[in-house]
Design a protein around this ligand. Structure first.
Ligand code: 3HC
Length: 283
């Protein structure tokens, strides 16, 4: 069986590994540094698959097969045979660069490295390896099992072969692809984050309640969830981080993060994952 690897087993990495296992016939290795992290990933994938089968969105046999295709590992050399790597670790350039150097040492020369980064230039990661033409961005949307888009980001060095193989894998996973240049925010976050930020300004300026802001955008623009609930889903810390990258890299004041968003993050209110963001969540 062809082996693919997902490096980093957080919310995004788990979702990516889950979809690879349910939608392709590949052997999927999900790696994280600690046994606790991979065990949590196994639990969250099991819970997500149960939800999808309960709702009739995934046949039970497919779930059993998917769990058989998944391997949870904490040993990086176990990934050696993988032909395609998808990195989804913490959004930190130094950590990602170090990982890409390490993967470059252990992986077969023909293996492709994709990063799920939302903010770090693909060319920076490519430079960390001896295979820059085989490095590409593969930006999945949250929650990965439910969202059909993958933004594919080419650096100036990415080869046509790498791009075509990446799009083919995304399609096998049941995703649609769009192609973006390697510029901060790519397409989705460049447009989405200013909208989310503006929703925080509307709340900050006392123009409407959080519930009414979300209701207005849901019913007024047919969005599946309001921008504030979406910020809670993505993580307020993640939204703030992306806005700071847009502000820094594109040098346009329209990206300045709303002080209310900054305050909530400073106070430890990160959204769903911490039980409280703009809204409260049962845990
Ligand atoms: N696996 C299985 N089920 C999941 C899940 C997962 N990983 N994540 C959430 N769900 C479930 C919820 O638990 C909930 O189930 P429940 O009602 O039984 O508790 C259900 O999905 C949500 O209920 P809905 O009936 O509202 O589900 P829908 O299928 O109608 O829609 C949605 C859910 C797809 C999340 C929809 O609300 C939506 O599209 N929201 C917008 C999401 C979005 O815009 N994401 C992109 C963010 S940007 C990004 O990710 C980029 C990054 O860089 C920041």
């Amino acid at each position: 069986m062809v082996q693919v690897a997902v490096v980093g087993s957080g919310q995004m990495g788990s979702g990516i590994a889950q979809v690879l296992a349910t939608n392709t016939d590949k052997e999927v290795f999900l790696y994280d540094i600690s046994a606790a992290a991979v065990s949590q990933a196994r639990d969250s994938i099991t819970a997500s698959l149960r939800k999808l089968t309960d709702k009739g969105k995934l046949p039970k046999e497919r779930v059993d097969r998917a769990m058989g295709q998944l391997q949870f590992v904490t040993d990086l050399p176990a990934l050696q045979r993988s032909v395609f790597f998808i990195e989804a670790i913490v959004e930190n350039a130094a950590a990602k660069t170090e990982l890409f150097q390490e993967l470059d040492r252990i992986a077969e020369p023909q293996a492709i490295f994709a990063s799920n980064t939302s903010s770090i230039p693909i060319s920076t990661l490519a430079k960390a390896t001896k295979r820059p033409e085989k490095v590409i961005g593969m930006h999945f949307m949250n929650p990965v099992p439910l969202m059909s888009l993958v933004e594919v980001i080419r650096s100036p060095q990415t080869s046509d072969d790498t791009y075509n193989t990446t799009c083919t894998l995304a399609k096998e996973m049941g995703k649609e692809t769009v192609c973006s240049k390697d510029v901060a925010g790519f397409i989705v976050n460049r447009i989405l984050m200013p909208m989310i930020n503006e929703a925080f300004f509307v709340l900050h300026d006392g123009i409407a309640t959080a519930a009414d802001i979300d209701q207005a955008m849901k019913l007024g623009t047919n969005q599946p969830m309001g921008p504030l609930a979406l910020a809670d889903l993505v993580g307020l810390d993640t939204c703030l981080f992306i806005l700071e990258v847009l502000y820094r890299d594109l040098k346009d004041p329209k990206f300045r993060p709303c002080p209310l968003l900054q305050q909530l993050v400073n106070d430890g209110f990160y959204g769903r994952k911490s039980g409280r963001g703009v809204f409260h969540y049962e845990r």
